[in-house]
Design a protein around this ligand. Structure first.
Ligand code: NDP
Length: 259
């Protein structure tokens, strides 16, 4: 017996959520903190991070809220960031690779620099930060890595080729991490959100035609809320998922199972 109240209790765990100054990452970080974890917020914009930190501190106190502002696309920054968390906050138990960007343009007009930027933010970052975290977790024989994918890991649409490629790659990176690290006590899984109303999708919500397409295309007949990701994230971060390895769970109101 661990002394924790339920298999979903994260008391005493340290969780880094990349891209948690706003949007899905912020809500997941909040949910992990509500489940008992100490959370480390990440992003590049320091003012946005500070604002989120203050908000979290009001709820959870300063001991359980920390900031590690670094660019997840930089190998050096990822290494220094994880090392600093281990030194100043404590052993990292949970990593959520959430930071991501979108870029909408037809493929024939796509600038290779934008292709690289999307791939490095959405895919390479998970390799870089994930590997640094795993280097710490493996000797301890435990750790949870949650990669945030998208229904676009499986489904394509015009004008977002690098995003689709990055999320499909991240689904398979989740499997590759499992193949190499599961025997060391780590569980690595993916959450694939459908269309969630955030800053990233505000322009789509405002587009009447797209909005009504989403409502008709989604069996649940609504946009997702960032809160819809919290239960699945807490589950994958907790002991309740100790034999769940390499899976992708779609949180999409049923969108990916209907035509
Ligand atoms: P937002 O644009 O609202 O937030 C993105 C976060 O990532 C911000 O905190 C941003 O902070 C951070 N970020 C971006 N680039 C970097 C970087 N290089 N280094 C560190 N942090 C970075 O996005 P969402 O909340 O909408 O999306 C979060 C994740 O969920 C993404 O992976 C996205 O692909 C995925 N997703 C979103 C869906 C949706 O409908 N919204 C649907 C399916 C998946 P800063 O800019 O200051 O660095």
């Amino acid at each position: 017996m661990s002394g924790r109240s339920t298999a979903f209790d994260l008391t005493g765990d340290v969780a880094l959520v990349t891209g948690s100054s706003r949007g899905i990452g912020k809500t997941i970080a909040f949910g992990l903190a509500e489940a008992g974890a100490s959370v480390v917020l990440n992003g590049r914009n320091e003012d946005a991070l500070e604002q989120t930190r203050v908000e979290f501190e009001d709820h959870f106190g300063s001991d359980r809220v920390h900031v590690a502002g670094f660019d997840v696309t930089s190998p050096d920054a990822a290494a220094a960031g994880v090392a600093n968390i281990e030194r100043t906050v404590g052993p990292l138990d949970i990593l959520v690779n959430n930071a991501g960007v979108q870029h909408r343009v037809p493929m024939l007009e796509l600038d290779p620099a934008d292709w690289d930027r999307v791939l490095s933010t959405n895919l390479t970052s998970a390799f870089l930060v994930g590997r640094e975290a795993a280097r710490q977790m493996i000797p301890r024989g435990r750790g949870k890595i949650i990669n945030i994918l998208s229904v676009q890991a499986d489904l394509a649409r015009p004008t977002i080729a690098p995003y689709i490629a990055s999320k499909g790659g991240l689904r398979n990176l989740t499997r590759a991490m499992t193949a190499e690290w599961a025997a060391h006590g780590l569980q690595i899984n993916g959450l694939a959100p459908g269309y969630i109303h955030t800053e990233m999708t505000q322009n789509l919500v405002d587009d009447e035609q797209f909005n009504s397409w989403i409502l008709g295309r989604t069996p649940a007949a609504r946009w997702g809320k960032t809160e819809d990701l919290v239960g699945p994230a807490v589950w994958l971060a907790s002991r309740a998922s100790d034999f769940v390895n390499g899976q992708t769970i779609f949180i999409d109101g049923g969108m990916s199972v209907v035509v």
